[in-house]
Every structure is written in structure tokens, then in C-alpha cells.
Design a protein around this ligand. Structure first.
Ligand code: ADP
Length: 464
């Protein structure tokens, strides 16, 4: 079975969030069972000196020819292909500068998709596993040309759909016969995600709860009705993490390694972390947040609760980047309170230190397709405090019902959130129970192995 896993980002080459982590971890778990390779764009910031030039070919969109050069690199038994193509590879960032996406993203990712289809043909691929809207047009191109390649599409976050104006259709060379409600048309514009929902052979999303939620108006991002039409090919499979990278026993980024038999060493991380920060007194409970600063993550609720939260004699450290206004609010407040530090930016190494040093990780997400932070934090014995939604509902339990323990609040409100913080503080005071929860989390398996078997089942069905 030959599978090509296509993603617009793969860790460690390019990462803006969880998609890159999954594109790293899942193929490595799946390679035990099938022949899997990966494909992503060759962005301008990716180091090229260790890449091998593999092949070149041209693709055509709307009468314009695009010359693609394909590079490759093998790591840990998985080959990654990098597509260098005009427009796709020439931008400074992956998706855009500042808050907005690049104006030609419609074309950039159509080029990516066409080039993926060509690569599938060259590599004699049987299944192409697509991820999020950047790869969605592959499903349409394959159906349109009646190619004998099966498609599985994974929705990592329904909020991002790749919506463009009607004129994009012409730019990307897609026939107007696809401009219908049961295909790409979306309120007068073009919606790439709809192409994948309509034309993929199977669809997964990243947790069983989110698979149910996206069929409702509340979480369906205006596609609930459309998804309902295709719900027979939709299932939810919980993500896992790369337990070789997120491992406090071997992690070189953290101050002091630890595992469940040396939990006392976790405190050394906290002491050093506080010393390096503007915070004081490591004996205080340390709440941390590592997040894209967007409404989805509940950062606005954290903001309106911040004053009351900081009066509770805790320390709070937020690492994040995103919304300009939220960032400047955090910055302003961090200057007012000496028990709150905000680090604006994206910093992989620092994030590991934060995971290793925290007592509690805040994740009051409005919605959360799966979420990886809670699994990473549990792997570092930092207890997650989460809103019970999507993948958080499927991976964190306050009542000790499953593997993965934390503090869980049901209703998305400031009151429930602050009550949850109080329960966390109570837990912290009860040292025996606090340690028991942390040790139990350190013993959980958050790897992708179990879920990889579920993907394997789908692959087998597609080829049956
Ligand atoms: P998302 O919705 O952003 O994909 P996930 O929980 O699925 O959320 O994955 C987030 C990933 O990005 C995790 O690996 C997390 O540690 C990382 N991350 C998020 N924000 C930052 C940041 N500012 N600096 C470093 N890593 C970050």
C-alpha cells in the first residue's frame, strides 16, 4: 500500500500549530504498517542544503505553466517531498504577513494541489491523505480526471476553509460546472474545503466529539448542513503526539529531565524558569498558557478573568502570538501585575520549558478540534485545565474515567472558569492527590500508535 501524506506544514520544517505536529507524528506511526511518504511546499525559509533534488515537471492552471522542482529528504524512515513552485515558494511566510493571508493564496495552494496530483502519478500512489483546505483541491482534480487514486481528507480545524471570490475559479482553471451548492459554491464565492468534503472518498476529523459537533449549527462554521449530507464518510479519530520529541526524560530544551520516578526534578525546572522570568516565588502555583492568540482559544475570556485570577496569589505565564489587540492587552496587563508575564512570539524551545515548569496549563477553548497542548502538558506532568469541548472532552477527565486527568469545566463562562481555577488550587494544596494525578498522567500513552491503527483500517477499506 503506497500512501502520500500531504500537508501545508510539517514539523520541524514549518509549523504554525498542531497540524505540523500531526504531520510529523502520524506518518511516523503509520510507517510501521504501510509505505508512507509526505509532501509539503518548499517555503523560502526552509534550509535547502540537506535536500536532494528528485525530479522536475510542469503543471498547468488556466493556460499558465508552472515549473515545479521536487526535492526530498529521508528522516527516520519517512521520505518527505518538497515542492518548489512559482508563487508557492516565493513568499516570506507560509500563509501571510501579519494578520491577513496573502492575496494570491487561492493560486498558491491550487499550484500546490496540482503539483501533488502530478507527484502521485509519478510515485504510483494508491492513497493520498489530504489535510485541511490547502490540500483540498487535490480531491477535486483527482475526481475530475477520474484518476485511480483514493483520497482521505482530514479536517484539523473547520474554521479555516479557504474561501475566495468567484473570480478564483477562473484563476485556478476549475470549470464553472463545479460552481454549484453541492460543490465549491459558498455564498457567491468559492470554498476549497467544500471540494474535499464533496469529492474525497473518506473524511476524518481529529476527535470523536468534534466529529459530532461539526454537524451542529453551533460548531459547523456554516458547513454543518453540507457535512450532514456527507456524514456517512466522516469519522473522528483522536490525535496523538510525538512522544520522542515531547518527552521530559530526554528533552534537551528543558532545565532538568524527569519522569514519574523523579517528579521532584520537575520543581527544579520551575525554580529555574521563575528565576529567568520577571515572576517571583516558585512556591506559588504556576499557571501557563501556550497558544495562538485567537478567539477560538478563549483568550478573550482569560483577559476578562485576568484581574480576579491574578488576585488568587498565583503566577501566570502566557506564551503566544496572534491577534494584535489581544496581544497589546496582555502586554499592558503584564506591566501592571508582577505575577503575570507575557511573552509574545512563537518559540518552540521556550514552549518546552514552559510545559516542563508549569503546574497547570490553561486551555479554556471555545471550540477545540483536538488540541495537542493538553496531551503535551500531561506528558510533562503539568495538569491541564480545559473547557469540555471537542478533543479536550475526549482526552481530559476530572473524574478519573479515562487516562488523562485534569480540571474540566462544562459551561463556557467566566464563573465556571474561575471555579475551575479554584478547584485547581485546592488540588495543588493536597500534595498527595496533586502528585497522584501528575504521576498518573506521566504513565499515559499519548502517542499516535492507537490512532494510526484506525487510519490504517480506513486505508484498507479504501482499497478493498
Ligand atoms: P492549534 O489550534 O494551534 O493547532 P494545537 O493544540 O493543536 O493548536 O497545537 C498547538 C501546537 O503549537 C503545540 O505543539 C503547541 O505547543 C504549539 N504552540 C502554540 N503556540 C505556540 C507558541 N507561541 N510558541 C511555541 N509553540 C506554540
Amino acid at each position: 500500500m503506497r500512501v502520500l501524506f500531504a500537508s501545508s506544514e510539517i514539523f520541524p520544517y514549518a509549523k504554525s500549530g498542531g497540524l505540523a505536529d500531526v504531520a510529523d507524528a502520524l506518518p511516523h506511526a503509520i510507517k510501521e504498517f504501510v509505505e508512507v511518504s509526505r509532501v509539503m511546499p518548499l517555503y523560502s525559509f526552509i534550509q535547502r542544503d540537506t535536500l536532494k533534488k528528485e525530479m522536475q515537471y510542469s503543471i498547468e492552471l488556466s493556460g499558465i505553466e508552472y515549473r515545479c522542482v521536487i526535492y526530498s529528504k529521508e528522516e527516520y524512515g519517512v521520505v518527505t517531498y518538497f515542492i518548489k513552485a512559482p508563487l508557492l515558494s516565493s513568499t516570506k511566510n507560509m500563509y501571510g504577513d501579519g494578520d491577513g493571508g496573502y492575496a494570491n493564496n487561492d493560486l498558491r495552494f491550487a499550484v500546490f494541489c496540482k503539483a501533488i496530483v502530478e507527484l502521485c502519478k509519478k510515485l504510483d500512489i494508491e492513497i493520498v491523505h489530504l489535510n485541511d483546505w490547502h490540500t483540498a483541491l487535490v480531491a477535486l482534480y483527482i475526481k475530475d480526471k477520474k484518476l485511480n487514486i483514493k483520497t482521505l481528507f482530514t479536517i484539523h480545524n473547520l474554521a479555516y476553509q479557504g474561501i475566495f471570490g468567484f473570480e478564483s475559479l477562473r484563476r485556478i482553471g476549475v470549470s464553472e460546472r463545479y460552481f454549484t451548492m453541492d460543490a465549491l459554491e459558498f455564498y457567491g464565492g468559492v470554498n476549497y474545503l467544500k471540494a474535499a468534503i464533496a469529492y474525497s472518498d473518506a473524511i476524518t476529523t481529529v476527535s470523536p466529539s468534534y466529529a459530532k459537533e461539526i454537524l451542529t449549527q453551533e460548531f459547523g462554521a456554516a458547513l454543518d448542513g453540507f457535512l450532514k449530507v456527507h456524514k456517512n464518510k466522516l469519522i473522528g479519530i483522536l490525535n496523538g503526539i510525538n512522544t520522542d520529541i515531547f518527552n521530559p526524560k530526554t528533552d534537551k530544551n528543558i532545565f532538568c529531565s524527569f519522569d514519574k520516578n523523579s517528579l521532584e526534578n520537575k520543581y527544579k525546572n520551575k525554580v529555574q524558569f521563575i528565576k529567568n522570568s520577571t515572576l517571583k516565588d516558585p512556591r506559588r502555583p504556576l499557571f501557563v498558557m501556550i497558544s495562538r492568540l485567537v478567539e477560538q482559544k478563549g483568550v478573550d475570556m482569560l483577559l476578562i478573568s485576568l484581574k480576579q485570577l491574578l488576585e488568587k496569589k498565583i503566577n501566570l505565564f502566557v506564551l503566544g502570538d496572534g491577534d494584535e489587540q489581544i496581544s497589546s492587552e496582555f502586554l499592558k496587563l503584564s506591566k501592571l501585575y508582577d505575577n503575570f508575564e507575557f511573552f509574545r512570539g512563537y518559540d518552540e524551545g521556550l514552549s518546552h520549558k514552559v510545559y516542563a515548569s508549569g503546574d497547570f496549563l490553561l486551555m479554556p477553548s471555545r471550540f477545540e478540534p483536538c488540541g495537542l497542548n493538553q496531551m503535551i502538558s500531561m506528558s510533562y506532568a503539568t495538569i491541564p485545565l480545559v473547557h469540555s469541548v471537542g478533543g479536550l472532552r475526549d482526552s481530559v477527565y476530572e473524574d478519573n474515567k479515562g487516562c488523562g486527568r485534569g480540571i474540566v469545566f462544562e459551561k463556557f463562562s467566566k464563573r465556571e472558569f474561575l471555579n475551575a481555577v479554584d478547584r485547581a488550587l485546592k488540588l495543588k494544596k493536597d500534595k498527595e492527590r496533586f502528585d497522584e494525578v501528575r504521576v498518573s498522567n506521566l504513565g499515559c500513552d499519548f502517542s499516535f500508535t492507537k490512532s494510526a491503527l484506525k487510519y490504517l483500517e480506513i486505508y484498507k477499506k479504501l482499497l478493498a
